[in-house]
Ligand binder design. Structure first.
Ligand SMILES: Cc1cc2nc3c(=O)[nH]c(=O)nc-3n(C[C@H](O)[C@H](O)[C@H](O)COP(=O)(O)O)c2cc1C
Length: 314
């Protein structure tokens, strides 16, 4: 998730467990050749065989509307041996859409197929190429066509955020709309991943049942509940699992911030406030932590304040 889930956050989540795969923030593709250092910035895991330290594969996400440029840059990326390449056809941002990237492409199902095919053809068959779409741009009428294009183009998997672009991020997510294509994706062996509004084990189960998808992708739910993937897996296996306590989560937040100080010291406060904003839903204590650091800007001051809270709680 752009500006939210970076490599350091992926380290936190995958260390907690339950995740089979991560996807990077999107790397925007224009007519220029993307230099290696940009790929490494978005996906430092490329220097670790494409894996987080916990051993979870990380796919690098590309976003762009020009099939040729997408293919050329995917070929450059492929030289760095990513575990997979994901293509973003879901971003609703006006800036991105104005430059013909993200969800605006869903208005042209054929073009979506051309982009997937260009990337598929440009990289070794051993590298999975996956697509992330929404139900459509302003309506869901083209969903079947988009999914067919993605499949024919040779995608290895398809993730559908169960909203249109116009739905934005507002609840609800329309998981049942995926059922229109799930029979088709099964028939062509295209694994289907449902995404949107999965906040707990119950909504995970409902999303799978209503969509007919085989897998789930978590977004904001992971930020609210860092061990959500672990909880979902345990629930599916009918196993009991201990949920993370507030102090365990606070500890993870502090570790995350410590690991990011060198990378973007100016942003530590913002990142902490942002994550605490999500955590408040699951952990009421996060609200106090947010209030404590609300006016702090300097990284060391934020860290010291959070450490104090940690010491008090211990
Ligand atoms: C701040 C923010 C940034 C996002 N960045 C990306 C991104 O870079 N790539 C992507 O595929 N989806 C991105 N998304 C969309 C999420 O991956 C996900 O599809 C969406 O939030 C719906 O899932 P959720 O309801 O579980 O959060 C972003 C969402 C948010 C809120």
């Amino acid at each position: 998730m752009e500006g939210v889930i970076d490599a350091e956050m992926r380290e936190v989540f995958t260390a907690v467990g339950g995740y089979d795969r991560c996807v990077t923030e999107f790397v925007r593709v224009t007519q220029q050749n993307i230099p290696d250092h940009v790929f490494f910035k978005y996906a430092p895991e490329l220097k670790n065989g494409g894996l987080t330290r916990a051993g979870v594969p990380v796919y690098v996400q590309l976003l762009g509307g020009d099939a040729e440029a997408m293919g050329a840059n995917a070929a450059r990326l492929a030289k760095l041996e990513p575990k997979g390449i994901d293509l973003n056809f879901g971003c609703p941002s006006k800036t991105v859409n104005r430059r013909e990237g993200g969800s605006v492409l869903l208005r042209e199902p054929e073009r979506v197929g051309q982009i997937v095919a260009a990337v598929r053809d440009a990289v070794d068959p051993s590298i999975p190429v996956t697509a992330k779409i929404r139900l459509g741009f302003s309506h869901t009428d083209d969903l079947e066509r988009i999914v067919e294009e993605v499949s024919v183009a040779g995608a290895s998997e398809l993730c559908v955020h169960a909203r249109t672009k116009e739905n934005g991020y507002k609840p609800p997510a329309f998981w049942h709309e995926l059922a229109r294509v799930s029979e088709f994706t099964r028939s062509v062996n295209l694994p289907l991943i449902v995404n949107g509004d999965v906040w707990c084990t119950q909504s995970a189960q409902q999303a799978l049942e209503q969509s007919g998808a085989q897998h789930i992708m978590l977004g904001r739910g992971a930020l609210r509940t860092p061990d959500l993937a672990r909880q979902i897996k345990a629930n599916m296996a009918d196993q009991a699992v201990d949920c993370l306590s507030w102090t365990q989560v606070l500890d993870k937040l502090i570790i995350y911030l410590r690991n990011t100080t060198n990378l973007h010291p100016m942003f530590v406060g913002n990142r902490a406030k942002q994550w605490l904003g999500f955590l408040q839903v699951t952990y009421p204590e996060a609200k106090d932590a947010f209030m404590t650091i609300k006016r702090l800007k300097e990284a060391n001051a934020v860290l010291a304040a959070l450490q104090c809270l940690m010491d008090d709680a211990a």
